[in-house]
Design a binder for this molecule. Structure first.
Ligand code: ATP
Ligand code: MG
Length: 482
């Protein structure tokens, strides 16, 4: 299994802290060691000089007194004192180890001292222990007559440095672990929303579209959770709409189909020889088939309008003939129903519209107005440019039955009819205004409806002239109303 984000973060914290502290410690220990060593060098060089000057006369004799002198010095300073003659031969040794006396030492420090300069140096003995050599010349009348060399043990110094190093190492390790724990906690905070989101996305992938994750912060992750919730809500809504649409469409298709089926069955079952009866039945069947065809056509139209991809083209067209064409189509129906159909359209109105959609919008509005206006009423069609000259206004007003306020927000929903039972008789399917809304949205336009029950209804559509098209919310709710 892949390492989780949480552990990766924690491990990174740990490695980073340990590396940084490790490097710092190394540096600190180095500086400490150097400073300690420098202090020792100064001290022992000074001590060697004290021996060389204070004991000058005694030392040169190299007798018992000289030995006592350097042994005394050495004891007090905690060092071994050697006195060498100008050729580097050991004359006296404060440790009185016979093997060394008489030997010639050729260490750098000895050679330097015999040449006149006091120096120090650190040496590692064959036993592994480290010592400091400090050698200075013994001068008489400005000539080197001997050299004094101190051999100082550095074990305590390195032990102290080692202890500091160990403590720093432990402190670094502890800090690293602490940082790792902190990282684990912090990463937990950070990855929790990610985990929740992952879970929600997985459930969504399995088909449970309605998911909510808690928004825990205002940072990027919080905003992601927010966006996710919005997306999930929208998807669920779209899914619900789609299901409802399918159910509604099937239902709407089913009733004319059952009618056709019943009529045909009745026709088959009858022994009636009279062709007039057959004719009557066939006429009914024909009407139902017309209704079916219209329904299917409306559904197709709606589907095309909702389809994404290349939208139907719009160009500046003279809408006046379009209006007159639709009105001419409707006039016989208006006259048949005893309704006055008024048209108030100036000529030469060039609006950026799609002619087919424009015709369809007007046709559907007029169809509704005539259907809901009783005899003696009046239906008015107006087309004009708005006061600011920014949009074309198409207005269809009637003096019909009106729409109850509580139904107003829903009339643009697919299959929505104010009075279902009566709508069946008048033949509407509730797709007309849904198509109008899509077609208007396609033009970036807006729809306003004003209606008073018993007094009449006015639909007003604005087709904006500028090219920018406002994208609409295309859910089940309707456009703006007044
Ligand atoms: N001018 C109007 N006066 C009164 N009610 C209206 C008017 N226009 C629409 N409505 C109401 O709004 C409902 C929805 O209208 P829509 O055009 O979408 O459907 P329809 O006319 O019933 O059916 P279709 O247009 O598909 O044949 C109508 O059923 C009707 O109740
Ligand atoms: Mg209609």
């Amino acid at each position: 299994m892949a390492l989780s984000l949480r552990w990766k973060l924690a491990a990174t914290y740990f490695v980073l802290i340990v590396l940084i502290l490790g490097a710092t410690n190394l540096f600190v220990v180095r500086v400490l060691e150097r400073n300690y060593l420098r202090a020792r060098e100064t001290t022992h060089l000074a001590n060697a000089n004290i021996v060389a000057t204070a004991g000058q006369d005694t030392l040169l004799k190299a007798d018992r007194n000289a030995y006592y002198l350097i042994r005394d010095f050495g004891d007090r300073m905690g060092v071994r004192v050697l006195v060498l003659d100008p050729r580097g031969r050991v004359m006296l040794d404060s440790f009185a180890e016979g093997w060394l006396e008489g030997r010639v030492l050729r260490h750098e420090e000895v050679l330097a001292a015999l040449a006149g300069t006091g120096t120090t140096g650190v040496h590692t003995l064959s036993t592994g222990e480290r010592v400091l050599y400090a050698a200075v010349p013994v001068l008489r009348d400005k000539t080197v007559v001997a050299a004094v060399m101190l051999v100082a043990d550095l074990d305590d110094l390195y032990a102290a440095v080692g202890q500091v190093r160990r403590q720093l190492f432990l402190a670094s390790l502890a800090s690293g672990l602490l940082a790792a724990l902190l990282g684990l906690w912090l990463a937990g905070l950070l990855t929790r929303p990610v985990k929740e989101l992952t879970g929600a996305v997985q459930r969504m992938a399995r088909g449970q579209l309605e998911q909510r994750v808690p928004v825990r912060s205002g940072d990027e992750l919080g905003r992601l959770a927010d966006a996710f919730n919005a997306m999930s809500g929208r998807l669920a809504e779209v899914d619900r709409t789609r299901r409802r649409f399918l159910a509604d469409a099937s239902h709407e298709l089913k009733s004319p189909l059952s009618s056709v089926k019943a009529l045909a069955q009745a026709l088959l079952d009858t022994d009636e020889p009279d062709p007039a009866v057959y004719r009557e039945f066939l006429q009914d069947i024909n009407t139902e088939i017309d209704r079916l065809a219209r329904l299917v056509e409306d559904l197709l139209q709606l589907a095309r309008l909702e389809e994404e991809g290349v939208p139907p083209p719009r160009e500046p067209v003279d809408v006046t003939p379009l209006v007159h064409h639709v009105v001419a189509l409707m006039r016989p129906r208006a006259e048949g129903g005893g309704v006055v159909l008024d048209v108030a359209v100036r000529s030469g109105l060039r609006w950026p519209v799609n002619p087919d959609l424009f015709t369809r919008i007007l046709f559907n509005l007029l169809d509704n107005a005539l259907r809901h206006t009783p005899a003696g009423g009046r239906v008015t069609v107006e087309a004009l440019t708005d006061r600011k000259g920014e949009a074309g206004i198409l207005r269809v007003a009637d003096t019909g039955e009106g729409i109850p306020p509580e139904d107003l927000p829903r009339i643009f929903d697919r299959f929505y009819r104010v009075d279902r039972a009566r709508a069946r008789a008048t033949g509407g399917t509730g797709l007309g205004l849904a198509i109008v809304r899509r077609a208007v949205e396609h033009h970036g336009g807006t729809i306003n409806v004003t209606s008073r029950p018993g007094e009449g209804t006015t639909f007003e559509i604005a087709f904006p002239f500028n090219k920018t098209v406002t994208t609409f919310h295309t859910g089940e709710t309707s456009g703006p109303y007044t």
